[in-house]
Design a protein around this ligand. Structure first.
Ligand code: ADE
Ligand code: ZN
Length: 337
């Protein structure tokens, strides 16, 4: 693949996405369509007006709009349509494996059942495997601004949907809601054999990353940017090859970085950290996974070798079974040669 441009290389290379909130893929056009069919009024008069509101100074300003948007999702078909729209975009970006988060509490709090949400999402995932060959894992994420008791209540649903849920995640407002708040529910999930991840070090301090590793026993860290402020933590992440699911355009939009040129992704790679590139909430942050790669590659002058490493990391850090992992890495090597 020597003779194609970096942009074409990024577009074509098979890749995995490991940090994606399905509610964050809700494009305004689809939001208006679903709102209309459910007879729900959106606070904005047009798609353009809604999009213009996507101007955030921090994580909380984004979360307020993101939770408001999710309120129009009512039926299983709504969750199916939301997920399917993402999967079509992912397929266009040559994503061959995706691990997506959903926030059950965002829906159960509004009286929408857990089953409605998970069944709609899962049937789209199944159809995407049939139609596009995209494999997937579903991550049940707890909202960390709510009490651990709420997370426990949500967790009970796992026992009826064991076939659909592969991982537990932790998201929402980070500062003031440290990982240790969820120690017991993570311990339950660990004992049930689930894989674990948690957002840490996005806005929160390195101590939150330590807690996610030592108390929650997570297998990988979502974001993890602020780990670099702590040399001992950085060394541990390198030594144990703990994957970070990094989201450059999200970091830019939420002012975790002031400019993509100052994004720590290249530093992470040069240190030997197992970093991956992901889109987080692409409908809100201005780009799906390929756009994240392209803009970051331009800003940080990444090489094709850097892109290859990031993509290989995404396959290695995925929770696909061993056979699928080997198959994806083979597909990557065939692409290279
Ligand atoms: N929920 C959706 N996107 C998130 C993010 N980037 N951080 C924390 N919670 C989120
Ligand atoms: Zn996220």
């Amino acid at each position: 693949m020597e003779n194609i441009s970096l942009k074409e290389y990024i577009n074509k290379i098979p890749k995995a996405e490991l940090h994606l909130h399905i509610e964050g893929t809700f494009e305004p056009e689809l939001m208006f369509k679903i709102a209309q069919r459910n007879g729900i009024k959106i606070d904005f008069d047009s798609v353009e007006e809604l999009r213009a509101a996507y101007d955030f100074n921090n994580l909380q300003e984004f979360l307020d709009i993101y939770y408001a948007g999710a309120k129009v999702l009512i039926t299983e078909q709504d969750f199916y349509d939301l997920t399917w729209a993402y999967l079509e975009r992912a397929n266009a970006d040559n994503v061959i494996h995706t691990e997506i988060m959903f926030d059950p509490q965002t829906h159960t709090e509004r009286g929408i059942s857990f089953d409605t949400a998970i069944n709609g999402i899962s049937s789209a995932l199944k159809d995407a495997e049939k139609k596009f060959g995209i494999t997937s894992k579903l991550i049940m994420s707890f909202l960390r601004h709510l009490p651990q008791d709420d997370a426990f209540e949500t967790y009970e649903n796992f026992y009826n949907h064991k076939d659909k849920i592969a991982l537990i995640g932790l998201d929402s407002s980070e500062v003031g809601n440290p990982p240790a708040k969820f120690a017991e529910v993570y311990n339950r999930a660990f004992n049930d054999g689930l894989n674990l991840t948690a957002h840490a070090g996005e806005e929160g301090p390195p101590e939150y990353v330590w807690e996610a590793l030592d108390i929650l026993k997570v297998n990988r860290i979502d974001h993890g940017n602020r780990s670099l402020e702590d040399a001992k933590l950085t060394q541990r992440i390198i030594d144990e090859q703990i994957a970070l699911t990094v989201c450059p355009l999200s970091n830019l939009k939420l002012k975790v970085v002031d400019d993509l040129k100052n994004h720590p992704l290249k530093i992470m790679l040069d240190k030997g950290i197992k970093a991956t590139v992901n889109s987080d909430d692409p409908a809100y942050f201005g780009g799906y996974i390929n756009e994240n790669f392209i803009q970051t590659a331009n800003a940080l002058k990444l090489s094709k070798d850097d892109i290859y490493t990031l993509v290989k990391n995404s396959f290695e850090a995925s929770f696909a079974d061993a056979e699928r992992k080997a198959e994806m890495i083979k597909q990557l090597d065939e692409f290279e040669n």
